[in-house]
Ligand binder design. Structure first.
Ligand SMILES: [Zn+2]
Length: 127
């Protein structure tokens, strides 16, 4: 039994400092991100941290035009599910891509965001 070395909090702190980390199940090899308690695939609890390059493509996206008050000044902005080269997907804010240029399959690259909300530190910009 291995303790998880990357918790969700550590994941977002690392993201903020510019590093995307996934965890790989030591039992079945499944990648997960952000970290989970148990492997969703085989329910083992043997995580090993894996540093991701941060290159991926947009799998789906949504343009936010009415935002919660904390983000009201930012609208409109886009959030996207990005499918990373390593095969995991993560939700992030899209930055520096004109909204009318957004498309499924568009290559993007991880970009750390400084946000008050730690979980908002994952961003993606043009590749
Ligand atoms: Zn597993």
């Amino acid at each position: 039994m291995t303790e998880p070395t990357i918790t969700a909090r550590v994941f977002f702190e690392k993201a903020r400092s510019g590093q995307l980390t996934a965890i790989r199940c030591g039992a079945c090899g499944e990648l997960a991100m952000p970290p989970k308690e148990l492997c969703p695939s085989c329910h083992a609890h043997q995580w090993q941290p894996v540093t991701l390059v941060g290159d991926g493509t947009i799998a789906s996206f949504t343009v936010i035009r009415v935002a919660p008050r904390a983000h009201a000044a930012d609208v409109p902005y886009a959030v996207a599910v990005v499918r990373l080269k390593e095969g995991v997907s993560i939700l992030g804010r899209i930055v520096d891509v004109p909204l009318d240029k957004l498309a499924v399959g568009l290559p993007v690259r991880f970009r750390p965001l400084i946000a008050k909300d730690l979980t908002a530190s994952v961003g993606f910009g043009p590749a």
